[in-house]
Design a protein around this ligand. Structure first.
Ligand code: FE
Length: 219
């Protein structure tokens, strides 16, 4: 997978591995993700309470999937909210990536798949629905570039770090930064040819986020 040594940039436990996935590795991973999408179609998540639709579409792989809707709010569950079926397994390439960069003694339980069309964005938020908050969050960008912002421990205050993420880049939120507010300010449409405009999903960006949800039990 890592055909070149990872270059590590970042602050406070935010690690960026620019171009960690070669173009061939991205194609391979995308093929596996397409199988996930075929088994577990994208759904449009709703904000808790207001029911406002998010601009991203979502699905999951793994024993647990992250979902949100008006009635139930943010949560992990074992089944797809539309089909009622268990989520498909996390693709091998993503399990391998976790092994490579997570430095955590247990596998991820959730691979959240977010699809960003040309106008989609993600407001500032913390990833805090997991019990295993000592485990990092590992995130992969595929397709069009995106402007990723890490705000820091509070929602307001200066942005600590802002970077344009390209296809094949990997970001790890670990240590202090695991609980930092972060978001996607914008997508740069047409900056990648990985997701063709003719086939589903048409252009745009796929972000894959690996999370450990439950604290591992020692044996
Ligand atoms: Fe997040």
């Amino acid at each position: 997978m890592a055909e070149k040594a990872a270059q590590i940039l970042g602050v406070d436990g935010v690690r960026l591995y620019p171009g960690l996935l070669s173009p061939a590795a991205q194609e391979q991973m995308l093929g596996e993700v397409r199988e996930v999408i075929a088994a577990a179609p994208f759904f449009r998540p709703e904000m808790p309470r207001t029911g406002k639709l998010m601009s991203v579409e979502m699905t999951n792989a793994g024993p647990l999937g992250w979902v949100t809707d008006r009635a139930g709010g943010y949560r992990y569950q074992e089944t797809h909210p539309g089909t009622g079926a268990p989520w498909p397994p996390i693709p091998q390439s993503l399990l391998g990536l976790w092994e490579l960069v997570a430095g955590y003694p247990a596998p991820p339980e959730c691979c959240l798949v977010n699809y960003y069309g040309p106008a989609a964005k993600m407001g500032l938020h913390q990833d805090k629905d997991e019990l295993a908050l000592d485990a990092p969050v590992v995130s992969v960008s595929l397709g069009d570039a995106a402007l990723f912002k890490v705000k820091g421990p509070g929602r307001s205050g200066p942005t600590s770090w802002s970077v344009k993420l390209s296809s094949g880049d990997v970001v790890v939120l670990a240590g202090k930064a695991r609980g930092y507010y972060h978001g996607i300010d914008r997508i740069y449409p047409g900056t990648s040819t990985l997701l063709p405009r003719e086939t589903f999903p048409k252009g745009g960006r796929i972000n894959l986020t690996l999370r450990r949800v439950n604290v591992p039990t020692s044996c």
